[in-house]
Write a protein that binds this ligand. Sequence first.
Ligand code: HEM
Length: 238
Amino acid sequence: MINGILLTKKIRLTMSGILNSSIGRKIAMALSALFLIFFLIIHLAVNITSLFSADVFNDLSHFMGTNPLVQFGLQPVLIFGVVFHFVMGFVLEIKNKKAVGTISYKKNNGAANSTWMSRNMIYSGLAILAFIVLHFIDFWIPELNTKYVVGDMTGLHNGEFRYFHELVEKFHSPLRVAAYVAAFILLALHLMHGFTSAFQSLGMTASRKKFLKNFGLGYSIIIPLGFIIIALFHHFNH
Ligand code: HEM
């Protein structure tokens, strides 16, 4: 009987071992963050071509949207990464709140030993989540519908590739552009803390700290700025 209980406990520990320890959760969160940080570079690189050439953007979009490796290999991993990051973000926030409640600090002097960005990661994260929902309704769900519900894999509309035209159309509305730009600013704030925090969780050494901090700051400004430029460019040019 005792052996049985021990065995059940052991199995439970092996299954959820990593995610049940506070260090394990932080490392899992950091790895999912780095994965999304890498995705944002690729996503920006593809979308920024729309500023220079409708043809290049159309060709890249068609390739990414119809290549089986991207569609059935990389895309499910990406969606899992996005969902995992959000779920773990909530879990960490709840656990942190509970931990603070059990320790009787003399004075919770947050502003003195942490930045505004680090204390509000959950709020900037929630705003980005709201953006992702809007963004999926705008682009991803119609794309899945055309390809897998309607069954049209040609990427054509009236004999021409439809991707560039669809992108431009989305940025007509000033309200949508404002919502996107606001989300990209919050994304910058989220990344400013998130980038170095992820490396810290993975055991960044003191000698690399300064470099990664500066690199993270550059990344956090350049990537969201690139997205802002795309939204504004198509709004004012078409
Ligand atoms: C001006 C800025 C952006 C534009 C024009 C844009 C454009 C697009 C397009 C066209 C798709 C559909 C791709 C397809 O399935 O064929 C897409 C999907 C997606 N976007 Fe964006 N995006 C922008 C910013 C962002 C940002 C900032 C994030 C993350 C914070 C993001 C996350 C995603 C995700 C997770 C998907 C679904 C996966 C995929 O199909 O690649 N996007 N985006």
